[in-house]
Design a protein around this ligand. Structure first.
Ligand code: NAD
Ligand code: IPM
Ligand code: MN
Length: 365
């Protein structure tokens, strides 16, 4: 076997723990990932990057200029913890690193599954695993996040501040199409698009028109629309009506935190920032949680499940399944952090999950 074919079998993962609880949950996710790779007979090469608030405060580094080219060239995927630190109130390092990677790697799909693993976890009365199982597809490269805008007469009583909601025909079409393709590919039958076109009559009119064109190409999929305020209410009232939700950048950010709590808690929720076929970035939905950082109480399951999504993305289907099964088993057996009403620490949960994955004894595929 040539070294070339060997390196094709190996997966090269960049790991960016980041700030706060990112530095606690990512080591656990990496431990579980190693256990899964070993059980499956896979080769894993991990390289860690110390980007985050500490590094920024030390030497001003945010996203190095060669980072994007390096990720394209040298890595199959990126696993990230969280960015955000009270010592950097401008959040400039998070904008450069996290939003910078989403934009510059053109990771236009932000996939955020909301899946209830155990009915005891949802705050909704009488809801079961059958009722809460949907994916939010959040547009991830434009909208209100592009940073267009500015101040005029800043700090004066006449100050003006603007922030543009940038929506391109190409950007809107590709995320809506991805949602329909996902539904078709996975046997789902419903897609709901959400916007605020009753008030945002230019930007979201584009979403309306593109949605109508794209849905016509998927006649077997039941396509519906809800304004974002109604969507969030309906998610709480009856989440069973949703299978696939597709929406813009800011609304998707908000809807995915609500969805995370419906499924038990923010610390459980995984996500993928994806450009199909290209190097993509996986991270828990939660942030750096400075209020609980350094206490070994953060839930590492969202980070672990993100590593599972990453496995699926790089073609390690059995490893992805083993990781999901391990989390499900932990929850069933009451191996839970304070967030979910348990008393297990971050490292203890990581131990349990790594052992469960190792015991799973995956057949190499
Ligand atoms: P957050 O997600 O960090 O925390 C919100 C609440 O959920 C807090 O009460 C926190 O303790 C709890 N929580 C979050 N993750 C948890 C976990 N794994 N286990 C147990 N409890 C958990 O959101 P925030 O407080 O609004 O933001 C804190 C910082 O994180 C800010 O700087 C923000 O910008 C940043 N942030 C970063 C990301 C990211 O990097 N992807 C995402 C969200 C927020
Ligand atoms: C997320 C976060 C980020 C976002 C912040 C940190 C900029 O909330 O990934 O959900 O809004 O995208
Ligand atoms: Mn968010």
């Amino acid at each position: 076997m040539t070294s070339d074919s060997t390196s094709r079998l190996e997966k090269r993962i960049a790991v960016i723990p980041g700030d706060g609880i990112g530095k606690e949950v990512i080591p656990e996710a990496v431990r579980v990932l190693h256990a899964a790779a070993e059980a499956g007979g896979r080769d894993l090469a991990i390289k860690e990057f110390d980007w985050g608030a500490d590094r920024y405060l030390r030497d001003g580094t945010t996203l190095p200029p060669d980072a994007v080219e390096m990720f394209h060239r040298d890595f199959d995927a990126i696993l990230l913890g969280a960015m955000g630190d009270p010592r950097v109130p401008s959040n400039v390092h998070a904008a450069d690193i996290l939003l910078g990677l989403r934009f510059k790697l053109d990771l236009y799909v932000n996939a955020r599954p909301c899946v209830l693993f155990d009915r005891r976890l949802t705050p909704l009365r009488d809801r079961t695993e059958q009722d809460i199982n949907f994916v939010v597809f959040r547009e991830n490269t434009e909208g209100l996040y592009v940073g267009m805008g500015g101040f005029f007469k800043k700090g004066t009583p006449d100050e003006i501040a603007t922030q543009e909601d940038v929506n391109t025909r190409k950007g809107v079409e590709r995320i809506i199409r991805y949602a329909f393709d996902f539904a078709r590919r996975t046997g789902r039958t419903r897609v709901c698009m959400s916007d605020k076109s009753n008030a945002l009559t230019f930007a979201h009119d584009l979403w309306q028109r593109v949605f109508k064109l794209v849905r016509a190409e998927y006649p077997e999929i039941e396509a519906s629309h809800l304004y974002i305020d109604n969507l969030l209410m309906q998610m709480v009232r009856d989440p069973s009506q949703f299978q696939v939700i597709v929406t813009g950048n800011l609304f998707g950010d908000i809807a995915s935190d609500v969805g995370a709590q419906l499924a038990g808690g923010l610390g459980l929720a995984p996500s993928g920032n994806i450009h199909p076929g290209q190097v993509s970035l996986f991270e828990p939905v939660h942030g750096s949680a400075p209020n609980i950082a350094g206490k070994n109480i953060a839930n590492p399951m969202g980070a672990v499940l993100s590593a599972g999504m990453m496995c699926a993305h790089v073609g390690w289907a059995a490893e992805a399944k083993a990781i999901g099964d391990a989390v499900r088993q932990a929850l069933r057996e009451g191996i839970m952090p304070a967030e979910l009403g348990g008393s297990h620490g971050t490292r203890q949960i990581g131990d349990y999950l790594a052992n469960a994955v190792a015991r799973g004894g995956l057949a190499s595929s």
